[in-house]
Write a protein that binds this ligand. Structure first.
Ligand code: AKG
Length: 270
């Protein structure tokens, strides 16, 4: 992680990594998403989250935001999805931002129908206050520390003004709870939309107030979220959400083992 990237992450609570996925990886992931009949499902449910451990299933009311659809774990959808656990382009960022070591926690997908079909987005959530150690941000003795950290991969472009991921820059360090005026700000300051090309990734602290603006893009919105913890912590009850077996490389398995505090002992090879 370069010094200017550390500066920006510390300042804003997020960082955009352009071309985190190669064009080939974007094509393969989109084909794999097609095989899960996502476009067909979007005909009846214009905005949904899926691929997470079933225990995360919550919302069934489209008026409240994304509907949660059960379709098994994203990690069981194919090798294309398992490969993202330790993507070489992203892993160095995780190693810098999660101490003492990186632990993969869970993953899921976010999908919206093309056009102005989804009238709602996902409300702004989280922030520096009230303090929640499981999704917190701090800086001490020259090092950055995070609780839950997210990597969001765009499989389709998100043009400026077309909706999608948004956040309040700097809110990972806010000392006051999210005011109602900001919650209702839509895409106005201080809420910032994050335009992306397919293949870009957004790395963000879960302590940064974030949400989703209603989608009016001309393509489907396809986003994959991979979430990580410091190695002593588990965030999601059924983490990592899939059997940790020979489908995963030893390096991936070492990121997926149960949380514990002592550092330097997370190799799944031995
Ligand atoms: O739609 C997005 O990119 C963000 C989704 C989100 O904030 C969440 O799943 O908690």
């Amino acid at each position: 992680m370069k010094d200017h990237e550390k500066y920006l992450f510390d300042l804003n609570g997020y960082l955009v990594v352009r071309n985190a996925l190669t064009p080939d990886e974007v094509v393969q992931l989109n084909e794999a998403v097609d095989r899960r009949s996502v476009s067909e499902k979007l005909e009846s449910t214009p905005y949904f989250h899926t691929g997470f451990p079933d225990v995360m299933l919550g919302n069934s009311d489209p008026g409240n935001g994304p509907v949660d659809l059960a379709d098994g774990s994203l990690l069981d959808w194919g090798p294309e999805f398992r490969r993202l656990i330790d993507l070489p382009r992203i892993l160095p960022y995780l190693e810098e931002l999660l101490k003492p070591e990186v632990r993969f926690d869970h993953a899921y997908g976010v999908f919206s129908r093309a056009g102005a079909a989804s009238g709602v987005g996902m409300h702004l959530h989280h922030g520096g206050a009230p303090h929640d150690p499981s999704q917190s941000y701090s800086y001490r003795d020259g090092e950055i520390y995070n609780g839950l950290l997210a990597v969001s991969y765009a499989l389709t472009p998100a043009a400026a003004g077309g909706g999608g991921f948004c956040l309040v820059p700097g809110s990972h360090k806010s000392n006051f709870p999210l005011p109602q005026e900001v919650r209702e700000a839509g895409s106005s300051w201080p809420v910032q939309h994050v335009p992306l090309e397919a293949g870009d990734a957004v790395i963000f602290s879960e302590a940064t107030t974030h949400g989703t603006l209603p989608w009016s893009g001309t393509t489907e919105r396809r986003v994959l979220l991979y979430k990580y913890c410091p190695s002593f912590m588990q965030w999601e009850r059924s983490s990592p959400g899939a059997a940790v077996d020979a489908r995963f490389t030893p390096e991936q398995r070492s990121l997926m083992i149960s949380p514990f505090a002592s550092a330097g002992r997370r190799s799944a090879k031995g």
